[in-house]
Structure formats: C-alpha cells, structure tokens
Design a protein around this ligand. Structure first.
Ligand SMILES: NC(=O)c1ccc[n+]([C@@H]2O[C@H](COP(=O)([O-])OP(=O)(O)OC[C@H]3O[C@@H](n4cnc5c(N)ncnc54)[C@H](OP(=O)(O)O)[C@@H]3O)[C@@H](O)[C@H]2O)c1
Length: 320
C-alpha cells in the first residue's frame, strides 16, 4: 500500500481516506444538522461497522469527521468503532458550533478526544475561517496542543490561499508545518485549480484534502433526470437540478468509457482523477460497506496521462 505524509508532518496516510460525516446516532436537535438533513444518515450502525472494516481491509485507514457533525455523534461513533485500534488515523475539526472563538479550542479539543476515546488526534483541523477566530491566535493554541502531545498534525479547511499562508506563517513561528487544507474539490468543483489554493499547497508542501470528491454522489452516475433523485435536501443542490444533470451526461459517459477499460465504476474513475495529483487526498463519504469498498477500488489502478487530460477537458466548465 502506497503511503504519503500529510504535508510535511510526520503523519502517514494512504492516498485515499473516508469521510464519516453522515455517521452516528444523532439525537434531539442533532437530527437536524445540515449534513443529516441534506444526506440522511448512513445505513445503520451495522453498515457503518462493515463500511469501516471494508475500508481498512482495502488499506483505507484514514477517517475524517468533525466535532460539528451531528453535534459530536459522528465523532462518538467513529470512536466506538475504532477503540483500541492503533492502525487507524483520525482527522477531526474544531469548532463544535458556528459561534466560536480561538480560546475555545482547548476545551473543544478535550471534548473531541473524549468522544473519540483517544489521547491524541492525528490531524486536527480548523473547519472554516471565521471573523471571530483569529488565525494567529488559533495556530498558537494548535502548536501548544502539538507540543502537549494532544494532536500530531495541524490542518485547516475551507481556507483561501491567503488564509493558508497566514496559518502556515503562524505555525512556522513554533516550528510546526501546516499539514493540510481540506476544501471541496472534484471534477465538478475545480475552483482550487483556479483560486490559488492548489498552487499554494504545491509551493508550501501542504496536502489538499478533497471533500465531496463525488460531488455529493452526482459523479457516481446513479442520479439522472430519469432515475430517482437523491433523498433529503441534497436534491435541491445545484448538482442535482435537471439542467445540471443533463449537462453532466457527457462527463458520466466519459467516466463509464474510461472505467470500462479497467473494470472500474464512474465513482472509482472520478476519485482516481484526484489521486493522480500527488498533492491531493480525496475523502469520499460512504453510507455502507458496498460504497466503502467501491471507493477504495480507486487505489487499485491508475489512469493514463491522456485519460486524466480528457477528464480535465470534459469538465473545463466546472473550473470556474
Ligand atoms: N470540511 C468541510 O467543510 C466538509 C464539507 C463537506 C464534507 N466534508 C467531508 O468530506 C466527506 C465526503 O463528502 P460528502 O459525503 O459530502 O460527499 P461525497 O463524498 O462527494 O458523496 C458521498 C455520498 O455519495 C454517495 N456515494 C458514496 N460512494 C458511493 C459509491 N461508491 N457508489 C454510489 N454512491 C456513493 C453516498 O450517498 P447516497 O448513497 O445517498 O447517494 C454518499 O453519502 C464528508 O464525510 C466529510 O468528512 C467536509
């Protein structure tokens, strides 16, 4: 299994991870967390367990969650499933709510450690920039947490190129690298190529963790104007509008054509397109073992340069 370091940190991960945003037993108001309303949950606790096992068996032992997902239920579930497993790498995120300040981080970190049942978190990420959270102040607290052994690597998420530079510089004062920036990136969301984020990752040696690598399921090819639309609020996302699904047809056809050469699904080819860039680490979500195993199959083949190029050309319109 090919491993890579998260940026210039010491944390080693496979070239693919798995997002568990929809997992966990959300109770009370947590059932109305945006992710649950948009996607619905995973297919029950047994399927979550089977999905985790299927991923690990295929070499995908890197799991992404956040304190915010269903008010901690996703972290708690991941913690239950991975207790006493040394072979699992866990990424989670601060803050637990929208109204946070940097000085709330140490307490939030303790709460995440408790829900995950761990003494250290492999990658701790700032979920999204916010005017109420000072980047230098937060990065100083992150650096302290690394020195205290509570986290192994520091990441950010949804940061612009300029915000990444600010976080990178603040951490450098403490001799700690910025390991990753987690942003939306897929064949249908190619802005990181145009807005400077990918270039800055390359320049500073930062891993780009690609979330929604399947464009929320649109790139699997299972949602068409003829087939059933996704459940939940997701069906109102721009990806699933009728004209968007219509304009997606040539992309899905190309994914099928390329996949046909290797016995691979459109989802596997779409994920592989991301993996072919050494800087990029996709984290597709999976609701069951079949999806987890299917997505992990992206690790067992490669695309020719001409195929990568053909997919890039076919999705040029999604670069803006
Ligand atoms: N940092 C952030 O702000 C942020 C934001 C969003 C997500 N994330 C992270 O990124 C992860 C992935 O993003 P995402 O779940 O939103 O989008 P995604 O990975 O693009 O899509 C996942 C969805 O696609 C469907 N699917 C997955 N694999 C499939 C397969 N092989 N065949 C058919 N259908 C498949 C499933 O839904 P259905 O079966 O219902 O279609 C699944 O829930 C999350 O779990 C989370 O960790 C981070």
């Amino acid at each position: 299994m090919i491993k890579t370091n998260l940026g210039k940190s010491e944390v080693q991960v496979p070239r693919l991870g798995m997002g568990v945003m929809t997992w966990g037993d959300a109770k009370g108001m947590s059932r109305y967390h945006p992710a649950k309303i948009a996607y619905g949950g995973a297919h029950g606790p047994e399927e979550e367990q089977r999905a985790l096992e299927a991923a690990i068996t295929a070499g995908v032992n890197f799991f992404d969650t956040a304190s915010m997902y269903s008010n901690g239920a996703s972290e708690r579930r991941l913690g239950e499933l991975t207790r006493n497993r040394e072979d699992v790498i866990i990424a989670t995120k601060f803050p637990p709510g929208f109204f946070a300040r940097a000085d709330g981080m140490p307490r939030a970190l303790e709460a995440s450690l408790e829900r995950l049942g761990r003494t250290t978190i492999d990658l701790y990420q700032h979920h999204f920039p916010s005017p109420s959270v000072s980047i230098p102040e937060l990065m100083a607290l992150m650096a302290k947490a690394v020195k205290d052994g509570k986290i192994r690597a520091v990441g950010v998420s949804n940061y612009s190129a300029a915000q990444m530079r600010a976080a990178h510089a603040a951490l450098a004062q403490h001799g700690i690298p910025l390991a990753s920036n987690q942003v939306e990136y897929s064949l249908l969301h190619r802005q990181p190529e145009a807005n400077g984020v990918l270039d800055t990752c390359r320049e500073l040696g930062i891993t780009l963790i690609a979330y929604q690598p399947l464009a929320s399921g649109a790139l699997t090819g299972k949602y068409t104007t003829q087939a059933p639309r996704p459940t939940g609020l997701r069906r109102f996302m721009p990806y699933f509008r009728k004209n968007a699904l219509d304009s997606l047809t040539p992309v899905i056809n190309l994914l099928k054509e390329i996949g046909g050469r290797y016995g691979k699904t459109p989802a596997q080819v779409a994920i592989r397109w991301l993996i072919e860039n050494d800087l990029v680490l996709p984290i597709p979500g999976a609701k069951n073992a079949k999806q987890a195993a299917d997505n992990a199959g992206a690790l067992t083949f490669s695309l020719e340069a001409a195929e990568v190029e053909a997919l890039s050309r076919a999705t040029e319109a999604w670069r803006r």
